[in-house]
Write a protein that binds this ligand. Structure first.
Ligand SMILES: NC(=O)c1ccc[n+]([C@@H]2O[C@H](COP(=O)([O-])OP(=O)(O)OC[C@H]3O[C@@H](n4cnc5c(N)ncnc54)[C@H](OP(=O)(O)O)[C@@H]3O)[C@@H](O)[C@H]2O)c1
Length: 331
């Protein structure tokens, strides 16, 4: 699927973009275009990866014209650029609409203009029944992508648009584990919002496997969701204090815009949710048995009367959590 392809990654210098670039380079792609704003991040990535299949395009996804140029002759687009820090987005909501919503529409327009084969947007559990502005803008991004098919007659524009949705990447920038580790190193109190808080857990490698698998099997209009385990803040605190041999906690209370538990599939979406190729999938298009069996051989209804939430999914064991934390090499 990826061999010999030209790929563009919006937000290619970010944590996901960089990891995805490394993985795709190992899959014999012809070219990867990294699309982002900050030249310094691009220079660092260019010298670190040092691969002549990489092209570094300065551009802002708010600029449709630039995106149309950037996607010429591209086969696959991964749309990862976003404003993603919940408090920042809460404080600057107009900016988040420009980047996460209008920017996503621009990506779609550019893909349609250049007949890109596949366009995948990177979504988040925070978009499910969203409580904060970040989640709401990412919900709109998903909606724009899964409904983009309506703007394209498949006989004229072949682009398949779909979304992937997953939870916090384990120890990604700004997340709770690096923050706790930083506090431990500075011998500060570990600031816990609520010990009962739970989150889905996905490592970067799992996220890459999942995104590439979804990209291969997507027919357009789907939201793909991985099968994930979860952890609680109490468990993180317990495991980290064992590893660092320290105990110093302060409960600060849940912050505005934060949920106690995250959802990957809400109650109403469950009606349209399926299991296919070891992933969950929400379908957003008219479908009948014939369509399903032709396009998704072996598909099964995801039969659950509950939501798919971080507090009703299997938790990681303490050993799995310890292992994941140790593998980070941060302690
Ligand atoms: N991290 C997680 O735990 C997680 C979980 C689920 C989903 N996601 C989603 O995954 C995607 C990638 O996340 P990440 O953790 O890799 O984020 P990140 O490290 O903050 O990277 C964001 C990237 O987007 C670029 N960018 C931001 N605004 C842009 C704009 N207007 N035009 C062009 N490029 C822009 C940034 O580069 P410049 O600043 O140089 O432009 C950077 O390359 C996001 O869409 C996020 O919502 C992340």
């Amino acid at each position: 699927m990826f061999k010999g392809k030209k790929i563009l990654i919006t937000g290619g210098t970010g944590s996901l973009g960089t990891a995805l670039t490394r993985r795709l380079l190992s899959l014999d792609v012809e070219q990867i275009r990294i699309f982002s704003r900050n030249e310094y991040k691009q220079i660092s990535m260019e010298s670190e990866l040092n691969d002549d299949r990489l092209r570094f395009l300065i551009g802002d996804i708010r600029d449709e014209k630039r995106l149309v140029r950037a996607t010429e002759e591209v086969d696959i687009v991964f749309h990862a650029a976003a404003l993603k820090h919940v408090p920042k987005v809460e404080y600057n909501p107009f900016e988040a609409v420009k980047t996460n919503v209008q920017g996503s529409q621009n990506v779609i327009e550019a893909c349609l203009a250049n007949d890109v084969e596949r366009a995948v947007c990177i979504g988040t559990d925070k978009a499910v029944s969203p409580l904060n502005t970040y989640g709401a803008t990412k919900l709109l991004m998903e909606k724009l992508f899964v409904n983009a098919q309506q703007y394209s007659n498949p006989k004229i524009h072949p682009t398949k648009f779909f979304a992937v949705r997953y939870g916090n990447v384990f120890a990604s920038s700004g997340s709770v584990i690096p923050r706790f580790i930083d506090q431990i190193k500075k011998q500060e109190e570990i600031t816990i919002t609520d010990k009962n808080m739970t989150r889905f857990s996905i490592t970067m490698e799992q996220a890459l496997d999942f995104i590439l698998k979804a990209t291969e099997i997507g027919n357009g209009t789907e939201i793909f969701i991985p099968k994930l385990k979860s952890y609680s803040l109490e468990q993180i605190y317990k495991v980290l204090s064992q590893l660092a041999e320290t105990k110093n906690e302060k409960i600060i209370g849940i912050r505005p815009g934060e949920k106690l538990h995250e959802l990957l599939i809400n109650f109403d979406e469950m009606r349209y949710s399926w299991e296919f190729e070891n992933l969950y999938m929400i379908l957003n298009w008219q479908y009948n048995d014939n369509y399903l069996n032709t396009n998704y051989p072996g598909i099964k209804k995801f039969d659950s009367t509950e939501t798919y939430s971080s507090n009703n999914t299997e938790p990681l064991t303490d050993d799995e959590l310890k292992n994941n934390i140790s593998n980070l090499g941060l302690l």
